[in-house]
Design a protein around this ligand. Structure first.
Ligand SMILES: [Zn+2]
Length: 73
């Protein structure tokens, strides 16, 4: 038995022109110097490496678990 959930799938009409959507910026979290990659952003202590903390003005937050760390200046 196969059940598919594609009830409201529309194609063609109602298409919005999408603006330049930035691709994954995961690369920008690393700085490449010579043959070394330096991690710029901190990774989440809860989610582990791979999940980066987003930079804010005075804090960094994890978008996944909402972990927040305040940054001293
Ligand atoms: Zn996290």
């Amino acid at each position: 038995m196969s059940e598919r959930a594609e009830g409201s799938k529309k194609e063609g009409k109602g298409k919005k022109p999408h603006k330049n959507k930035p691709t994954s910026k995961k690369w920008s979290k690393y700085k490449i110097e010579g043959d070394k990659t330096i991690k710029i952003l901190k990774s989440c202590p809860r989610c582990g490496s791979g999940i980066f903390l987003a930079n804010h003005k005075d804090r960094v937050t994890c978008g996944k678990c909402k972990y927040t760390e305040f940054v001293k200046k």
